[in-house]
Design a protein around this ligand. Structure first.
Ligand SMILES: Nc1ncnc2c1ncn2[C@@H]1O[C@H](COP(=O)(O)OP(=O)(O)OP(=O)(O)O)[C@@H](O)[C@H]1O
Ligand SMILES: [Mg+2]
Length: 550
């Protein structure tokens, strides 16, 4: 659901609360800075008037002293304003990044399964980065423009009420109506543009990962066409944004000239009627002419705002997304002594994958699960990890309903070896060590031995320090699988959930691993496998058909 620009801004401004005093400082410094720069023109005009022997409030000396003082002050004030704004912006970007990562953690893994990862990357990187514009160059300029405009409306209004009115109308038109009109027009382009950039990231990421398949099946041309189409789409959106930007700039410049001409005409008319002195008429015109800076900043802002608001909306949506499984922190902490599932039913969507399942996993035993592909074996393990919540029935973990157990306590009792081991761009040792904080080298080696991995690592010149490419590109399927198993052994959790741990292994390696599993002390193992040979070590095997384990 799309939200309005005002709602997005309110959401983004809500994040500023802890840095409010810096924002206030930026606004004060900004207003003073603009007052200094605008008074330079007014003082200059006063000096000329004085030289022409018109009456003026200050002596020439005072005017020149103020000119120099204000000019120097203007520099310091501008520096101070920018410094505050950028401090707020980058501090907030750090806070937002933190929030986004916390949010991704909450959504994991259920909500992120099947999600467009390239698009997520562009939210985490580019979209957050773009919010800098909002925090450093949007909020304070709006407030600064309102305050300075009010001051000059009163200043000019003091000479003549009608001239003050002209000034008010011109500020509102340039700083309010033009950006609002422009913003409305380009808002949809902005969102389309950002979504297309996200899509482009996804396509690139996918193309890089699937390069082998694309080459093998002759799909590179199609991919290229797809990327070209996306690029053209992005350029078209950008062109529209740039066109709108140029048009706004033209309208703004034209309006400034127009309003200055109207002011000059009105001031001179009043002078000719004798209701306004010449110097006041001139000062009113010069003041208006030189005081458009803050409102022009707003007018230009509306061009960036299309990107910023789109990015803000994407980031806020991610922050507000609710997870499938709420993390439990006020529940029970339990020691592990067995699991019992009764009448367990679950479906990712309407279709039920598991129906009325009964499974008993007594403490210290090895229990096997066997069944055809797609019958829900991995799904059962995900429910036992509480990656998803069951639809009905019960999962009792040490006689406690799984939802009542603190998530951290639950997960510390479990080590889950998935069907596909995810490897990080790091060394083999660190990839195994991931399973246990502060694990020693001896512990890592012991775990690798149990997983029949140690002999292989020993053959590598750098041993456990060998870097493995992204996603373990430099390893074989069986080697990756054994790293996953080594992690499970290292974690030392009392309940091991192993999903097809030996599917890629030869019988020799399988034998070593099964021996390790058989000899493991104080662990309970749930072993999923297609192979009868693997399940030979299980004390009981549940055989699964789609939706039915017996
Ligand atoms: N995140 C998901 N969203 C929707 N459906 C899913 C999701 N994950 C799995 N499924 C579906 O649920 C069913 C069971 O999947 P599961 O991975 O549990 O099968 P499996 O028994 O482990 O199969 P295999 O032996 O091939 O690993 C499959 O039909 C699968 O398509
Ligand atoms: Mg599976």
């Amino acid at each position: 659901m799309r939200r309005s620009g005002i709602k997005i801004m309110a959401g983004l401004i809500g994040l500023i609360k802890p840095l409010f005093h810096f924002m206030l400082m930026a606004i004060i410094l900004g207003v003073l800075g603009f007052l200094c720069s605008i008074s330079l023109t007014i003082l200059g005009t006063s000096a000329v008037l004085k030289l022409l022997a018109f009456p003026a409030y200050f002596s020439l000396k005072a005017i020149f002293t103020m000119l120099i003082l204000f000019a120097v002050l203007r520099g310091f004030l501008r520096y101070g304003e920018q410094r505050c704004n950028h401090y707020i912006a980058f501090k907030l970007l750090a806070i937002i990044r933190d929030k986004v990562f916390a949010s991704l953690r909450r959504l994991c893994p259920a909500k992120l399964e099947g999600r467009d990862k390239g698009n997520l990357i562009s939210i985490i990187t580019e979209d957050i980065e773009l919010l800098e514009v909002f925090y450093a160059h949007t909020i304070s300029p709006i407030v600064i423009a309102i305050i300075t405009s009010l001051i000059f409306v009163f200043f000019i209004g003091n000479f003549s009420f009608s001239l003050g009115l002209i000034a008010a109308v011109s500020y509102i038109f340039i700083g309010g109506i033009i950006p609002l009109f422009n913003g409305k027009k380009i808002k949809t382009y902005g969102m389309d543009y950002r979504n297309n950039i996200g899509k482009m990231n996804s396509v690139f990421l996918e193309s890089l990962r699937g390069l082998g398949e694309l080459i093998q099946f002759g799909q590179t041309k199609n991919r290229l066409d797809e990327i070209n189409k996306l690029t053209e789409n992005i350029s078209a959106k950008e062109k529209k944004l740039k066109e709108a930007e140029s048009l706004t700039k033209a309208i703004t410049d034209f309006s400034i000239l127009g309003f200055t001409a109207i002011m000059l005409l009105a001031a001179m008319t009043q002078f000719s009627w004798g209701v306004l002195s010449f110097e006041k008429a001139l000062l009113a015109t010069v003041t208006l002419m030189s005081s458009f800076g803050p409102v022009v900043a707003l007018s230009n802002l509306s061009n960036n705002l299309a990107h910023t608001l789109a990015s803000g909306e994407r980031v806020l949506s991610l922050l507000e997304e609710s997870p499938m499984v709420e993390e439990k922190t006020d529940g029970k902490n339990i020691p592990f002594h067995g699991v019992e599932c009764k009448n367990l039913t679950f479906g990712y969507r309407e279709e039920e994958i598991l129906q009325n399942l009964f499974i008993d996993i007594p403490c210290g035993k090895i229990i096997g699960i066997h069944g055809k592909s797609g019958c829900g074996k991995s799904t059962l393990l995900k429910l036992l990890m509480r990656f998803w919540d069951k639809t009905s029935g019960s999962i009792k973990f040490s006689d406690t309903e799984i939802e009542e157990i603190n998530t951290a306590s639950l997960r510390s009792n479990e080590s889950y070896c998935t069907q596909e081991t995810y490897l990080f761009h790091d060394t083999i040792g660190n990839n195994i060590g991931l399973a246990k904080a502060d694990s020693t080298e001896e512990e890592i080696i012991a775990a690798a031995k149990k997983a029949s991995l140690h002999n292989f690592v020993e053959t590598l010149p750098k041993g456990y320090q060998t870097p493995i490419g992204e996603l373990g590109d430099t390893l074989s399927g069986g080697e990756k699988q054994r790293i996953g198993l080594a992690r499970a052994f290292l974690s030392g959790a009392p309940f091991m959930l192993l999903d097809e741990p030996t599917s890629n292994l030869d019988s020799l390696n399988e034998g070593i691993i099964l021996k390790s599993l058989n000899e493991a002390e104080n662990v309970t193992i749930l072993l999923v496998s297609h192979r009868k040979s693997t399940l030979g070590i299980a004390s009981k095997v549940y055989s699964a058909e789609r939706g039915r384990l017996s």
